[in-house]
Write a protein that binds this ligand. Sequence first.
Ligand SMILES: [Ca+2]
Ligand SMILES: [Ca+2]
Length: 106
Amino acid sequence: MSRLLRRICSRAVDVRAQPLIRRTADLRARLGGLQSGDNVSNVHRLFGDVNGDKSVNGLDLTAFRNAFGSVATDTNYVSFLDFNGDGAINGTDLSQFRNRFGVVLP
Ligand SMILES: [Ca+2]
Ligand SMILES: [Ca+2]
């Protein structure tokens, strides 16, 4: 790479990086430096829990029924109810749903 080309590339990176560096510095100043303490978030994953209430129950069953028999191109297909990811919500997925029906996470 020629010296001139390196200089141009270097400048191009610098120009794009400046606003981000400034914004980061502004944000740090507003926060009073680095944050102390931990940010704790609870995340759970339970196949069949459509509404995210940590249980698989009748409400989720209704949603599963609506999606049952659909394939990936259908409007009622719900990818997160396709347990094996084969593009169809069928008996295989229903078996997995049944295995978890009634499960309540703490
Ligand atoms: Ca649920
Ligand atoms: Ca499937």
